[in-house]
Design a protein around this ligand. Structure first.
Ligand code: PLP
Length: 429
């Protein structure tokens, strides 16, 4: 069908490949890209087919500003059931008193919590971005750094883990309203009990941003931050393997402030198709199969770490408690940027990342960040990840045989097909 001449009736019944072959072809191309490379970006995953279906559903059509039972639009009775299921499942999965499942993404979860309990100019304390934090944890170019007065804590130069004495000393001096723990490139357990003690000592509220490791928490493989924190924020698309989105958990006393901060505070209509998919992702996260998947993510991260160390690379903190590893490249010829580019040439996708006390700029860096959630979703086990580790070490050496390495990558991808028989988008027919 030539789209420009299509009738209204034809437009109403045609699928994407008929109406927009450009986008259909690009989606197919993106699926082939995902299939043909080893995805090690620690924040990415391949979500479930069931989640893709929910995201592509008619719930996208509905305006539902407000909350279940309290909407500003008519016709929300079914949407209310969908959102309530998502809320109930989030609470059950993490043992939380209150859940808000409307934030469009992780950044909005933090924005909402800050807005719920702080005024512009109030003091926020969080881990520095270049030592593992996140942009929304008070970076100067981000809304969080522009609106609030920010004090950053860091990691200890010896252990490269959070320096709790430094956190306490800085908190005593700055008297923050909110202390944030968690980050995007921190390979070790976030000890929320120790942060709780510090928060109590200085009268601060405690927020744990578990965007990265929520899946491990759901599976009981990392301590549940809900126990010690006033607020817990998360994405659903990283280890949790759901749709691209966020959610907030909090104590009942903060429920109203959080809900108002999300809507009307910062968002309009919620993405109810994505909320339906969040409900599905939480349901899947309650299964034994999901817990086994998360346990495999952990074992694979350890296997990858051991292979990298055996191959002569260094790891920040020497290993990991989670799904992610930070490779310290200061002993090699390569910068983070060069390593990322070299690995891209053999179809291994990673991101450059600063390491603590990095002397290179954030654009160049001295590290790369690796994670195991996505390839574990494809089926990779410890043996496969030892091979991935060996491939990376050879690729980053001086005499790398890039053609040979590319075929070893292709063999691993062929061993574990991705979305077999799927075209990359739900077909309307
Ligand atoms: C990924 C991440 C976020 C932001 O999530 P987006 O969905 O990209 O907005 C927030 N905090 C941390 C710690 C993250 O890792």
């Amino acid at each position: 069908m030539a789209t420009t001449q299509a009738t209204f009736e034809e437009l109403k019944h045609a699928g994407l490949d008929e109406i927009d072959p450009d986008i259909a072809a690009l989606l197919a191309k993106e699926l082939e890209r995902q299939r043909g490379q080893i995805e090690l970006i620690a924040s990415e995953n391949f979500t479930w087919p069931a989640v893709l279906e929910a995201v592509g559903s008619v719930a996208t059509n509905k305006y539902a500003e407000g909350y279940p039972g309290r909407r500003y639009y008519g016709g929300c009775e079914v949407i209310d059931e969908i959102e309530q299921l998502a809320i109930d499942r989030a609470k059950e999965l993490f043992g939380a008193e209150h859940a808000n499942v409307q934030p469009h993404a992780g950044a909005q979860t933090n924005m909402a919590v800050y807005a719920a309990v702080m005024e512009p100019g109030d003091t926020l304390m969080a881990l520095r971005l270049d030592q593992g934090g996140h942009l929304t944890h008070g970076h100067k170019v981000n809304f969080s750094g522009r609106l609030y007065s920010v004090v950053h804590y860091g990691v200890s130069p010896e252990t490269l883990t959070v320096d709790y004495d430094d956190v306490l000393a800085k908190a005593k001096e700055a008297r923050p309203k909110v202390i944030v723990c968690g980050g995007s490139a921190y390979p070790r357990t976030v000890e929320t009990d120790r942060f709780r003690a510090i928060a109590d000592e200085v009268g601060a509220l405690l927020l744990c941003d578990m965007a990265h490791f929520a899946g491990l928490v759901a599976a009981g493989l990392q301590p549940n931050p809900v126990e010690h924190c006033d607020f817990v924020t998360s994405t659903t698309h990283k280890t949790l393997a759901g749709p691209r989105a966020g959610f907030i958990l909090c104590r009942e006393e903060h429920a109203k402030a959080v809900d108002s901060a999300v809507m009307p505070g910062m968002q309009g209509g919620p993405l109810e198709h994505t909320i339906a998919a969040k409900a599905t992702c939480f349901r899947i996260a309650m299964t034994d199969a999901f817990r086994s998947y998360q346990a495999q993510i952990r074992r694979n991260a350890d296997a990858l770490g051991e292979a990298l160390l055996e191959g002569g690379l260094a790891l920040v903190t020497g290993g990991t408690d989670t799904h992610l590893l930070l490779v310290d490249l200061r002993g090699s010829e390569l910068t983070g940027k060069a390593a990322e580019e070299r690995l891209h040439e053999i179809d291994v996708t990673v991101n450059r990342n600063t390491i603590p006390f990095d002397e290179r700029s954030p654009f160049v860096t001295s590290g790369i960040r690796l994670g195991t959630p996505a390839m574990t979703m494809r089926g990779f086990d410890e043996g496969d990840f030892r091979e991935v580790g060996a491939i990376i070490c050879e690729a980053l050496s001086e005499s790398a045989d890039l053609d040979g390495l590319r075929s070893r990558v292709a063999a691993l991808c062929a061993k574990w097909p991705l979305y077999d028989g799927f075209r990359g988008y739900t077909h309307y027919a």
